[in-house]
Each structure stands twice: as C-alpha cells, then as structure tokens.
Design a protein around this ligand. Structure first.
Ligand SMILES: Cc1ncc(COP(=O)(O)O)c(C=O)c1O
Length: 376
C-alpha cells in the first residue's frame, strides 16, 4: 500500500529531541507519573495496585473501568460504545480502514492532521479537501461543503478544535454540518483530541458522538489530558461501527498495555482536575502568545478559539521550512513549518507547553526576525 509521507511527524521526528525550546509540541504540558498519582491521590496505593497485576493481554477492547471513565466524557454514550486504540493515531487509521472503499468520496476540512487526507487517499478514496481560510477567520463555509457532497460521499472528516489553526466550529455551523451529513447519509469523523483544551467555559464542549448518530468521535490521552506517553486513544461511536473497526483492530492492535490502561483510568477518574489544569495552562499561555503577536510587527494570526496550536503568518519572504531551519540553527527554537499543512508563509506554534519555554522561545524568535530584517 502506497501512502504519502506524514510531513508533520517526519518533521517532529527529525528535530523534536534536538531542539532547545520546543514550540512545536502540541500537548498541554505533559504530566509526570508522580504528578498524575498526586492528582489522583494514589501516590501511596498505586504500587500495591500494580504489583499483583499479571501482565497478560488484559481486556481486549480496553478495561471496563477505563471504558466507563471514557464514556463519562460523553453525554449519551455507553462504555460499550467506546473502543481503545493505540493513540488517536491508531483510532484514525482504524476508522478509515473500516469505513473507506475505493471510489468513496471523503471530504476533509483542511488544514488538518494529515492522517485525514493521506489514509483515505491510500485506501483509494476520492479525497476532496475543503479549505478553511484565514481571511474568513477559519470559518467553515457550509455552501462550499454542500457543493462537494455527492451520492458516493462516505465521510466528512475534521479536527475540532482544529489542528493547526485552533479554530472551533460554533454551534450553528456544527448544526449545519450535521444537517448536511445527515442529508448525504455520510459519517462525520471528528478528531477531537483537543477537546477540553478550551478558552471558554469550564465544562467539556459537545462531542459529535452526542450530536449525530453517524458521528465518530476520536479522543486521546495525549493532548488535553497531558499523557501522550500512555499512547492511548479511543473511538466513541455506534456499536455497528465499532464492530467493523474491530475486524481491522484484531490485526493491528490486539489490546492496550495493561499499565497504560490503569494509568489512563486513574487519570480520567480525575478528569475534572486534569482538565482544570489544562485550561489554566492554555489560557495563560494564549494570553502570552496574543500579547507577543500584538507587539511583533512581523507576525499576524487568527487568534485560536481553543486547542493548543495556532498558525502564525510571518512577514519575511522565505519558504516556511527554511524559516524554521534557520530559526532552529540560530536560536534553538523549534516551530513546525506551514508547508507540512500546505499553508506556505506560516509556522505552527504549539503554545501549551511549559510557560518559561514559551516566553523565552518567543523572545528569541523576535530577535531572529530582527536579524532577518537587518540582513534583508
Ligand atoms: C488532530 C490530531 N489527531 C491525532 C493525533 C495523534 O494523537 P495520539 O498521540 O493520541 O496518537 C494528533 C497529534 O498531534 C493530532 O494533532
């Protein structure tokens, strides 16, 4: 099976462990095991819980305890409508493997996480990309979407909150999107890994899994829950869809690690505390980023509504990969080039990492921009 190289992941693999200040990281600053146990009040009990665990394959679809904790993140879904996967990356791959036949139309809202374009393409789908444009504040144009729908449309795919722009579908647009999907009898694949990294409100925003019978919500411990090291994601959808996914999952996944499952259950049983921490980080850090953008003449952006990322448009006339490589070489600061999302002239920042790293990274980026100006 031929598949396009995954531009963002290749960039991260090449540079992430070698940079000094990582502003490409998209997780809300990751928790240590000690911090997690502290939040869960399990510091003194965890080892006793783990020691007698016999390391079998465990519960194949994920433990009942974990699936129950995940189902609580949705208003109307039962534990049986949750299936554990190796990260959201595993979830997305399995969803498309189960859904897509050659010739099916898949409409993907871009820019996005490349899985939602390249995997259906590799499966022979007729993938059509519907762009969100900065000039329109990254609002989804429902009329454009309507024009792309055909009788062979199998799925509409999006990341919500969006990676990389941080845009969020407002209630009215979401309703319109669901109406169109319903009309076309299409699945709505919503990659919601940034759900909970909210700028507004203290409750989880609605999920597609609660709004639409053919809604497929993909979630993860990595981003809003700050636990990427667990490599644990999930699909929340109708049992029919999950049965179709399981046919593929048996070949690629079998089950999750038992210790990862246990730590994820502990975390989600304290999801209120973890999400409160995440909201505090994304709000403080977006304020820092917003002040910097306002004061930095060479940068403009559409302020994100949620999530952990933003697309920054820079003034210097340089391809984004060259911009990022030169920035990295001279300052140690890592961004992701917009070329990885096919949006030239921009870089993606992940602003929800460590606050001191963000502040120093932005300071050095300004110094780099001044250097470029004086050289040019
Ligand atoms: C939108 C989106 N989906 C999925 C993933 C993969 O997440 P996970 O770590 O759960 O595999 C990422 C990671 O950056 C992402 O941004």
């Amino acid at each position: 099976m031929q598949i396009a190289p995954f531009a963002v992941e290749q960039w991260m693999n090449a540079h992430e462990t070698r940079c000094e200040l990582n502003l490409a990281e998209t997780c809300v600053e990751s928790l240590t095991v000690a911090q997690l146990l502290d939040i869960a009040g399990a510091t003194d009990t965890f080892l006793a819980e783990v020691r007698p665990l016999k390391l079998t394959y465990g519960a194949i679809e994920g433990s009942a305890r974990l699936r129950t904790a995940i189902a609580r993140l949705y208003a109307s879904r039962a534990p049986g409508e949750v299936l554990l996967t190796h990260g959201a990356a595993g979830a997305n791959a399995l969803v498309y493997a189960a859904l897509v036949e050659p010739g099916d139309r898949v409409i993907t809202i871009v820019p996005t996480y490349q899985q939602h374009v390249s995997i259906p393409e590799s499966l022979g789908a007729d993938v059509v990309c519907l762009p969100l444009r900065a000039e329109a504040g990254y609002r989804l144009d429902l009329d454009e979407l309507r024009r792309l729908l055909t009788p062979s449309t199998k799925a509409i795919a999006l990341t919500n909150p969006n990676n990389p722009t941080g845009a969020v579908l407002d209630g009215e647009t979401l309703e319109g999107l669901i109406g169109l999907a319903e009309m076309a009898d299409a699945w709505l694949v919503a990659d919601e890994v940034y759900r909970g990294a909210s700028q507004e409100g203290d409750v989880l925003p609605p999920s597609i899994a609660d709004l639409y019978a053919k809604g497929i919500a993909v979630g993860s411990m990595s981003k809003a829950f700050s636990l990427a090291g667990l490599r644990l994601g999930w699909i929340c959808a109708s049992t029919d869809l999950l049965r179709a996914v399981e046919v593929h999952r048996d070949y690629t996944t079998i089950s999750m690690g038992m210790i990862d499952d246990l730590l994820a259950a502990l975390a989600l049983e304290h999801s209120d505390a973890i999400l409160a921490r995440s909201r505090a980080i994304v709000r403080t850090n977006l304020e820092i980023l917003d002040r910097w953008v306002a004061s930095e003449p060479a940068i403009t952006y559409v302020k994100p509504a949620a999530g952990t990322t933003a697309l920054l448009r820079y003034a210097p006339d340089l391809p984004s990969q060259e911009f990022c490589l030169r920035l990295l070489e001279t300052t140690g600061v890592l961004f992701t080039p917009g070329s990885a999302f096919e949006v030239e002239g921009t870089v993606r920042i992940g602003y929800a990492n460590n606050e001191a790293v963000l502040v120093e990274g932005l300071r050095r980026t300004s110094a780099f921009l001044r250097q470029l100006e004086s050289a040019g």
